[in-house]
Design a protein around this ligand. Structure first.
Ligand SMILES: [Zn+2]
Ligand SMILES: [Zn+2]
Length: 430
Protein backbone atom coordinates (compact mmCIF):
# COMPACT_ATOMS: atom_id res chain seq x y z
CA UNK A 1 0.00 0.00 0.00
CA UNK A 2 1.32 3.43 -0.90
CA UNK A 3 0.50 6.60 1.04
CA UNK A 4 0.72 10.26 0.06
CA UNK A 5 -0.46 12.98 2.42
CA UNK A 6 -1.14 15.76 -0.04
CA UNK A 7 -1.83 18.20 2.77
CA UNK A 8 -1.96 17.85 6.54
CA UNK A 9 1.54 16.79 7.66
CA UNK A 10 2.38 20.26 8.97
CA UNK A 11 -0.91 22.05 9.47
CA UNK A 12 -4.40 21.78 10.93
CA UNK A 13 -6.88 21.92 8.07
CA UNK A 14 -7.06 21.05 4.39
CA UNK A 15 -6.54 17.36 5.10
CA UNK A 16 -6.10 15.18 2.02
CA UNK A 17 -4.64 11.68 2.07
CA UNK A 18 -4.20 9.36 -0.91
CA UNK A 19 -3.84 5.60 -0.62
CA UNK A 20 -3.11 3.35 -3.55
CA UNK A 21 -2.43 -0.26 -4.44
CA UNK A 22 -1.52 -1.70 -7.84
CA UNK A 23 -5.17 -1.56 -8.89
CA UNK A 24 -7.05 0.94 -6.67
CA UNK A 25 -6.75 4.53 -5.48
CA UNK A 26 -8.76 6.28 -2.79
CA UNK A 27 -8.67 9.60 -0.98
CA UNK A 28 -9.44 10.21 2.65
CA UNK A 29 -10.85 13.70 3.26
CA UNK A 30 -10.68 16.62 0.89
CA UNK A 31 -10.67 19.61 3.16
CA UNK A 32 -10.39 23.32 2.76
CA UNK A 33 -7.22 24.79 4.29
CA UNK A 34 -7.60 26.81 7.49
CA UNK A 35 -4.27 28.58 7.07
CA UNK A 36 -2.16 29.84 4.19
CA UNK A 37 1.50 28.86 3.71
CA UNK A 38 2.54 31.85 5.86
CA UNK A 39 0.19 30.56 8.63
CA UNK A 40 -2.23 33.48 8.24
CA UNK A 41 -5.93 32.63 8.13
CA UNK A 42 -7.08 31.16 4.81
CA UNK A 43 -9.94 33.23 3.37
CA UNK A 44 -12.31 31.07 1.27
CA UNK A 45 -13.07 34.13 -0.89
CA UNK A 46 -9.86 33.48 -2.86
CA UNK A 47 -11.60 30.47 -4.41
CA UNK A 48 -14.23 32.70 -6.02
CA UNK A 49 -14.28 32.47 -9.83
CA UNK A 50 -11.05 30.45 -10.15
CA UNK A 51 -10.64 27.33 -12.29
CA UNK A 52 -9.25 24.01 -11.09
CA UNK A 53 -5.98 24.74 -12.94
CA UNK A 54 -5.63 28.16 -11.33
CA UNK A 55 -6.30 26.71 -7.88
CA UNK A 56 -3.73 23.96 -8.50
CA UNK A 57 -1.17 26.61 -9.46
CA UNK A 58 -1.90 28.41 -6.19
CA UNK A 59 -1.40 25.08 -4.34
CA UNK A 60 -4.91 25.39 -2.96
CA UNK A 61 -6.02 22.27 -4.80
CA UNK A 62 -3.51 19.41 -4.44
CA UNK A 63 -1.97 17.73 -7.49
CA UNK A 64 -3.96 14.49 -7.66
CA UNK A 65 -4.40 12.85 -11.06
CA UNK A 66 -7.86 11.74 -12.12
CA UNK A 67 -9.64 13.56 -9.30
CA UNK A 68 -11.10 16.71 -10.76
CA UNK A 69 -14.07 17.42 -13.01
CA UNK A 70 -13.15 17.53 -16.72
CA UNK A 71 -10.40 14.95 -16.13
CA UNK A 72 -10.45 11.21 -16.82
CA UNK A 73 -11.50 9.88 -13.46
CA UNK A 74 -8.98 7.51 -11.87
CA UNK A 75 -9.73 7.94 -8.17
CA UNK A 76 -12.05 5.13 -7.11
CA UNK A 77 -13.63 6.79 -4.08
CA UNK A 78 -13.34 9.51 -1.46
CA UNK A 79 -13.91 8.78 2.22
CA UNK A 80 -14.99 11.77 4.30
CA UNK A 81 -14.30 11.48 8.02
CA UNK A 82 -16.66 14.23 9.20
CA UNK A 83 -18.61 17.37 8.43
CA UNK A 84 -16.01 20.03 9.25
CA UNK A 85 -14.97 22.16 6.27
CA UNK A 86 -11.30 21.39 6.80
CA UNK A 87 -12.16 17.76 5.89
CA UNK A 88 -14.67 18.13 3.05
CA UNK A 89 -14.63 21.77 1.92
CA UNK A 90 -13.09 21.30 -1.55
CA UNK A 91 -15.44 18.52 -2.71
CA UNK A 92 -17.20 20.79 -5.18
CA UNK A 93 -14.12 20.52 -7.46
CA UNK A 94 -14.03 16.73 -7.76
CA UNK A 95 -15.33 14.62 -10.61
CA UNK A 96 -19.07 14.12 -10.00
CA UNK A 97 -18.91 10.38 -10.73
CA UNK A 98 -16.48 9.64 -7.90
CA UNK A 99 -18.44 8.03 -5.06
CA UNK A 100 -18.19 9.79 -1.70
CA UNK A 101 -18.44 7.59 1.39
CA UNK A 102 -19.54 9.23 4.63
CA UNK A 103 -21.75 8.77 7.70
CA UNK A 104 -25.43 9.65 7.61
CA UNK A 105 -24.89 12.45 10.13
CA UNK A 106 -22.03 13.94 8.09
CA UNK A 107 -24.15 13.79 4.92
CA UNK A 108 -27.05 15.60 6.61
CA UNK A 109 -24.81 18.34 8.03
CA UNK A 110 -22.97 18.93 4.76
CA UNK A 111 -26.30 19.13 2.91
CA UNK A 112 -27.65 21.60 5.48
CA UNK A 113 -24.52 23.75 5.22
CA UNK A 114 -24.92 23.77 1.44
CA UNK A 115 -28.50 24.95 1.87
CA UNK A 116 -27.79 27.81 4.26
CA UNK A 117 -24.28 28.89 3.34
CA UNK A 118 -23.50 30.04 -0.17
CA UNK A 119 -20.62 27.66 -0.79
CA UNK A 120 -22.45 24.67 -2.15
CA UNK A 121 -21.19 21.09 -2.10
CA UNK A 122 -23.32 18.72 -4.16
CA UNK A 123 -22.64 15.07 -3.51
CA UNK A 124 -24.30 13.38 -6.46
CA UNK A 125 -22.78 10.04 -5.66
CA UNK A 126 -22.88 9.81 -1.87
CA UNK A 127 -22.76 6.42 -0.15
CA UNK A 128 -23.79 6.18 3.49
CA UNK A 129 -21.56 4.03 5.70
CA UNK A 130 -22.11 2.85 9.27
CA UNK A 131 -20.14 2.18 12.41
CA UNK A 132 -18.01 -0.98 12.14
CA UNK A 133 -19.68 -2.17 8.92
CA UNK A 134 -16.81 -3.01 6.59
CA UNK A 135 -17.03 -2.48 2.84
CA UNK A 136 -14.74 -2.82 -0.16
CA UNK A 137 -13.46 -0.35 -2.74
CA UNK A 138 -11.33 -2.17 -5.33
CA UNK A 139 -8.93 -4.23 -3.26
CA UNK A 140 -9.23 -1.97 -0.21
CA UNK A 141 -11.27 -3.17 2.71
CA UNK A 142 -12.50 -0.31 4.88
CA UNK A 143 -14.03 -0.35 8.36
CA UNK A 144 -15.43 2.93 9.74
CA UNK A 145 -15.44 3.61 13.48
CA UNK A 146 -17.63 6.34 14.94
CA UNK A 147 -15.50 8.55 17.20
CA UNK A 148 -16.06 11.24 19.83
CA UNK A 149 -15.52 14.65 18.19
CA UNK A 150 -17.23 18.04 18.08
CA UNK A 151 -18.64 17.08 14.66
CA UNK A 152 -21.64 14.76 14.93
CA UNK A 153 -21.19 11.19 13.59
CA UNK A 154 -17.44 11.63 12.91
CA UNK A 155 -15.50 8.60 11.69
CA UNK A 156 -12.05 7.06 11.89
CA UNK A 157 -11.10 4.43 9.31
CA UNK A 158 -9.30 1.11 9.38
CA UNK A 159 -8.01 0.44 5.87
CA UNK A 160 -6.64 -2.90 4.78
CA UNK A 161 -4.94 -3.86 1.51
CA UNK A 162 -1.98 -5.94 0.35
CA UNK A 163 -1.90 -7.62 3.76
CA UNK A 164 -1.28 -4.27 5.53
CA UNK A 165 -3.42 -2.35 7.97
CA UNK A 166 -3.54 1.42 8.22
CA UNK A 167 -5.61 3.38 10.75
CA UNK A 168 -6.69 6.98 10.11
CA UNK A 169 -7.77 8.61 13.38
CA UNK A 170 -9.61 11.55 11.84
CA UNK A 171 -10.33 14.28 14.41
CA UNK A 172 -11.23 12.84 17.80
CA UNK A 173 -11.30 13.37 21.55
CA UNK A 174 -11.99 11.38 24.66
CA UNK A 175 -13.82 14.00 26.74
CA UNK A 176 -17.05 14.67 24.82
CA UNK A 177 -20.54 13.25 25.27
CA UNK A 178 -19.46 10.16 23.33
CA UNK A 179 -16.36 9.52 25.42
CA UNK A 180 -17.52 5.91 25.75
CA UNK A 181 -16.46 5.41 22.11
CA UNK A 182 -12.94 6.51 22.99
CA UNK A 183 -12.92 4.18 25.97
CA UNK A 184 -14.07 1.24 23.85
CA UNK A 185 -11.40 1.97 21.25
CA UNK A 186 -8.62 2.14 23.83
CA UNK A 187 -9.81 -0.98 25.68
CA UNK A 188 -10.45 -3.01 22.57
CA UNK A 189 -8.37 -1.50 19.76
CA UNK A 190 -7.98 -2.85 16.24
CA UNK A 191 -4.92 -5.14 16.32
CA UNK A 192 -1.72 -5.38 14.24
CA UNK A 193 -1.73 -1.82 12.91
CA UNK A 194 1.17 -1.24 10.53
CA UNK A 195 0.63 2.47 10.21
CA UNK A 196 -1.37 4.99 12.25
CA UNK A 197 -2.11 8.47 10.97
CA UNK A 198 -2.98 10.37 14.15
CA UNK A 199 -4.16 13.93 14.58
CA UNK A 200 -2.37 16.19 17.05
CA UNK A 201 -4.31 19.46 17.07
CA UNK A 202 -3.81 20.01 20.80
CA UNK A 203 -0.05 19.44 20.98
CA UNK A 204 0.74 23.12 20.65
CA UNK A 205 -2.24 24.45 22.60
CA UNK A 206 -2.41 25.27 26.29
CA UNK A 207 -4.38 23.38 28.92
CA UNK A 208 -8.11 23.87 28.70
CA UNK A 209 -10.36 25.77 31.10
CA UNK A 210 -12.98 23.01 31.11
CA UNK A 211 -12.17 19.32 30.91
CA UNK A 212 -15.40 17.95 29.50
CA UNK A 213 -19.02 18.62 28.55
CA UNK A 214 -20.32 17.96 32.10
CA UNK A 215 -18.17 20.79 33.44
CA UNK A 216 -19.48 23.04 30.69
CA UNK A 217 -23.05 22.10 31.54
CA UNK A 218 -22.49 22.81 35.23
CA UNK A 219 -20.98 26.21 34.55
CA UNK A 220 -23.93 27.16 32.32
CA UNK A 221 -26.29 26.09 35.13
CA UNK A 222 -24.50 28.45 37.55
CA UNK A 223 -24.56 31.34 35.10
CA UNK A 224 -28.28 30.89 34.45
CA UNK A 225 -29.04 30.73 38.18
CA UNK A 226 -27.20 34.01 38.77
CA UNK A 227 -28.57 35.90 35.79
CA UNK A 228 -31.07 38.73 36.18
CA UNK A 229 -31.39 39.43 32.46
CA UNK A 230 -31.01 37.55 29.18
CA UNK A 231 -27.97 35.29 28.67
CA UNK A 232 -26.47 34.71 25.23
CA UNK A 233 -24.85 31.48 24.15
CA UNK A 234 -22.29 31.66 21.36
CA UNK A 235 -21.73 28.22 19.88
CA UNK A 236 -21.76 26.47 16.55
CA UNK A 237 -25.22 25.15 15.67
CA UNK A 238 -23.45 22.04 14.38
CA UNK A 239 -21.68 21.29 17.67
CA UNK A 240 -24.40 18.95 18.90
CA UNK A 241 -22.60 17.93 22.11
CA UNK A 242 -22.44 21.58 23.09
CA UNK A 243 -26.09 22.26 22.28
CA UNK A 244 -27.01 19.27 24.44
CA UNK A 245 -24.93 20.70 27.31
CA UNK A 246 -26.76 24.03 26.99
CA UNK A 247 -30.16 22.37 26.73
CA UNK A 248 -29.57 20.21 29.80
CA UNK A 249 -28.52 23.33 31.73
CA UNK A 250 -31.80 24.97 30.67
CA UNK A 251 -33.82 22.00 31.89
CA UNK A 252 -32.02 22.06 35.25
CA UNK A 253 -32.75 25.77 35.77
CA UNK A 254 -36.13 25.87 34.01
CA UNK A 255 -34.72 28.30 31.49
CA UNK A 256 -35.85 28.61 27.88
CA UNK A 257 -33.31 27.69 25.22
CA UNK A 258 -34.01 30.00 22.27
CA UNK A 259 -32.59 28.64 19.04
CA UNK A 260 -32.90 29.97 15.49
CA UNK A 261 -34.58 28.29 12.51
CA UNK A 262 -31.30 27.01 11.14
CA UNK A 263 -30.52 25.26 14.42
CA UNK A 264 -34.10 23.95 14.71
CA UNK A 265 -33.69 22.45 11.24
CA UNK A 266 -30.35 20.79 12.15
CA UNK A 267 -31.68 19.29 15.37
CA UNK A 268 -34.84 18.12 13.63
CA UNK A 269 -32.85 16.33 10.91
CA UNK A 270 -30.34 14.74 13.28
CA UNK A 271 -33.03 13.62 15.72
CA UNK A 272 -34.07 11.17 13.00
CA UNK A 273 -30.61 9.58 13.29
CA UNK A 274 -30.15 9.80 17.05
CA UNK A 275 -33.29 10.05 19.18
CA UNK A 276 -31.52 11.70 22.12
CA UNK A 277 -30.92 14.91 20.18
CA UNK A 278 -33.25 17.68 21.38
CA UNK A 279 -35.90 18.88 18.95
CA UNK A 280 -37.67 22.20 18.48
CA UNK A 281 -40.86 20.82 20.09
CA UNK A 282 -39.22 19.55 23.27
CA UNK A 283 -39.82 21.12 26.67
CA UNK A 284 -38.02 24.47 27.24
CA UNK A 285 -37.01 24.97 23.59
CA UNK A 286 -38.38 27.84 21.50
CA UNK A 287 -37.53 29.06 18.02
CA UNK A 288 -36.66 32.62 17.03
CA UNK A 289 -37.39 33.24 13.36
CA UNK A 290 -34.77 35.12 11.37
CA UNK A 291 -35.83 36.31 7.95
CA UNK A 292 -32.77 34.96 6.13
CA UNK A 293 -33.31 31.44 7.50
CA UNK A 294 -37.04 31.55 6.74
CA UNK A 295 -36.29 32.63 3.17
CA UNK A 296 -33.86 29.75 2.67
CA UNK A 297 -36.41 27.20 3.85
CA UNK A 298 -39.19 28.75 1.76
CA UNK A 299 -36.99 28.85 -1.36
CA UNK A 300 -36.12 25.18 -1.01
CA UNK A 301 -39.72 23.94 -0.82
CA UNK A 302 -39.51 23.49 2.92
CA UNK A 303 -42.43 25.78 3.77
CA UNK A 304 -44.19 22.92 5.58
CA UNK A 305 -41.38 22.89 8.10
CA UNK A 306 -41.81 26.61 8.66
CA UNK A 307 -45.44 26.00 9.66
CA UNK A 308 -44.30 23.24 11.98
CA UNK A 309 -41.58 25.32 13.66
CA UNK A 310 -44.06 28.20 13.88
CA UNK A 311 -45.81 26.42 16.76
CA UNK A 312 -42.70 26.94 18.88
CA UNK A 313 -41.98 30.44 17.66
CA UNK A 314 -40.98 33.06 20.19
CA UNK A 315 -41.17 36.79 19.44
CA UNK A 316 -39.25 39.72 20.91
CA UNK A 317 -42.09 40.71 23.27
CA UNK A 318 -42.08 37.31 24.91
CA UNK A 319 -38.26 37.28 25.01
CA UNK A 320 -38.36 40.62 26.84
CA UNK A 321 -41.04 39.38 29.25
CA UNK A 322 -39.07 36.30 30.21
CA UNK A 323 -35.55 37.56 29.67
CA UNK A 324 -34.12 36.50 33.03
CA UNK A 325 -35.03 32.90 32.15
CA UNK A 326 -33.66 32.92 28.61
CA UNK A 327 -30.53 31.39 27.12
CA UNK A 328 -30.39 32.60 23.55
CA UNK A 329 -28.18 30.93 20.97
CA UNK A 330 -26.43 33.60 18.92
CA UNK A 331 -23.27 34.28 16.98
CA UNK A 332 -20.94 37.15 16.31
CA UNK A 333 -22.65 38.22 13.08
CA UNK A 334 -24.57 41.11 11.63
CA UNK A 335 -27.86 39.88 13.11
CA UNK A 336 -26.69 39.95 16.71
CA UNK A 337 -26.58 43.76 17.14
CA UNK A 338 -30.08 43.97 15.65
CA UNK A 339 -31.45 41.47 18.15
CA UNK A 340 -29.63 43.21 20.95
CA UNK A 341 -31.28 46.51 20.07
CA UNK A 342 -34.71 44.99 20.60
CA UNK A 343 -34.02 43.76 24.12
CA UNK A 344 -34.60 46.05 27.11
CA UNK A 345 -31.70 46.55 29.49
CA UNK A 346 -28.97 44.24 28.23
CA UNK A 347 -26.40 45.86 30.47
CA UNK A 348 -24.69 43.19 32.54
CA UNK A 349 -25.96 40.37 30.32
CA UNK A 350 -23.53 37.52 29.87
CA UNK A 351 -22.25 36.08 26.64
CA UNK A 352 -21.25 32.48 27.21
CA UNK A 353 -18.57 32.14 24.57
CA UNK A 354 -18.50 28.46 23.74
CA UNK A 355 -16.29 28.32 20.67
CA UNK A 356 -12.56 28.27 20.07
CA UNK A 357 -11.19 31.63 21.31
CA UNK A 358 -9.35 32.11 18.00
CA UNK A 359 -12.71 33.28 16.66
CA UNK A 360 -13.10 35.93 19.35
CA UNK A 361 -12.03 39.20 17.73
CA UNK A 362 -10.91 42.42 19.41
CA UNK A 363 -13.60 44.24 17.46
CA UNK A 364 -16.28 42.08 19.02
CA UNK A 365 -14.78 42.44 22.50
CA UNK A 366 -14.91 46.23 22.10
CA UNK A 367 -18.51 46.06 20.90
CA UNK A 368 -19.51 44.03 23.97
CA UNK A 369 -17.66 46.41 26.24
CA UNK A 370 -19.57 49.40 24.84
CA UNK A 371 -22.90 47.61 25.33
CA UNK A 372 -22.03 46.51 28.88
CA UNK A 373 -22.08 42.82 27.91
CA UNK A 374 -19.81 40.44 29.79
CA UNK A 375 -18.04 37.72 27.83
CA UNK A 376 -17.22 34.52 29.66
CA UNK A 377 -15.43 31.72 27.85
CA UNK A 378 -16.93 28.33 28.57
CA UNK A 379 -15.42 25.90 26.13
CA UNK A 380 -13.65 22.61 25.74
CA UNK A 381 -11.88 21.45 22.60
CA UNK A 382 -13.17 19.03 20.00
CA UNK A 383 -9.74 17.42 19.99
CA UNK A 384 -7.94 15.01 22.29
CA UNK A 385 -5.47 16.40 24.79
CA UNK A 386 -1.99 14.92 25.08
CA UNK A 387 -2.95 12.35 27.72
CA UNK A 388 -5.70 10.92 25.54
CA UNK A 389 -3.49 10.99 22.45
CA UNK A 390 -0.95 8.93 24.39
CA UNK A 391 -3.60 6.43 25.50
CA UNK A 392 -4.82 6.15 21.93
CA UNK A 393 -1.36 5.67 20.41
CA UNK A 394 -0.38 3.13 23.10
CA UNK A 395 -3.55 1.14 22.56
CA UNK A 396 -3.21 0.96 18.79
CA UNK A 397 0.51 0.30 19.17
CA UNK A 398 1.35 0.87 15.48
CA UNK A 399 4.58 -0.16 13.78
CA UNK A 400 4.72 3.40 12.45
CA UNK A 401 2.91 6.50 13.69
CA UNK A 402 2.67 9.33 11.18
CA UNK A 403 1.65 12.82 12.42
CA UNK A 404 -1.23 14.55 10.64
CA UNK A 405 -3.58 17.49 11.35
CA UNK A 406 -1.03 19.24 13.57
CA UNK A 407 1.28 22.23 13.66
CA UNK A 408 3.70 20.31 15.87
CA UNK A 409 4.82 17.16 14.08
CA UNK A 410 8.39 17.58 15.37
CA UNK A 411 7.15 17.10 18.93
CA UNK A 412 5.55 13.69 18.28
CA UNK A 413 8.77 11.70 19.05
CA UNK A 414 8.84 13.29 22.55
CA UNK A 415 5.49 11.71 23.37
CA UNK A 416 4.92 8.69 21.13
CA UNK A 417 6.80 5.58 19.97
CA UNK A 418 7.68 4.61 16.39
CA UNK A 419 7.03 8.06 14.96
CA UNK A 420 7.73 8.51 11.27
CA UNK A 421 7.58 12.14 10.19
CA UNK A 422 6.80 12.70 6.53
CA UNK A 423 6.16 15.78 4.40
CA UNK A 424 3.25 16.85 2.21
CA UNK A 425 3.31 15.08 -1.19
CA UNK A 426 6.02 12.61 -0.12
CA UNK A 427 5.43 9.08 -1.41
CA UNK A 428 5.55 6.63 1.49
CA UNK A 429 5.38 2.87 0.94
CA UNK A 430 4.04 0.94 3.91
ZN1 LIG B 1 -13.05 18.33 12.98
ZN1 LIG C 1 -10.07 19.02 11.41
Amino acid sequence: MQLIIHRGTQEIGGSCVELSTATSRILIDFGMPLVKENKERFEPDVLEGKSVEELKDLSILPQVDGLYKDENKSIDAILISHSHLDHYGLLSYVHPDIPIYLSEGAKELIDITSLFVHREVKMLNAKIISNREAFAIGNFRITPYVVDHSAFDALAFLIEADGERLFYSGDFRGHGRKSVLFKQMVENPPKDIDCLLMEGSMLGRSKQLYNNEEEIENRIVDILKESSTITFFFASSQNIDRLVSAYRACLKTDSIFVIDLYTAFILDKLNKISKGIPRFDWKNIRVKFLKYHADVLAKNNLKDLLYLYNEQKIDMDEINDKKDRILMLARDNSVFPLILNKIDSVKGAKIIYSMWDGYLTDKFKRFCNEKGLIIEQVHTSGHAELEDLKKFANALNPKKLIPIHTFDKERYPEYFKNVKIISDSEVFVL
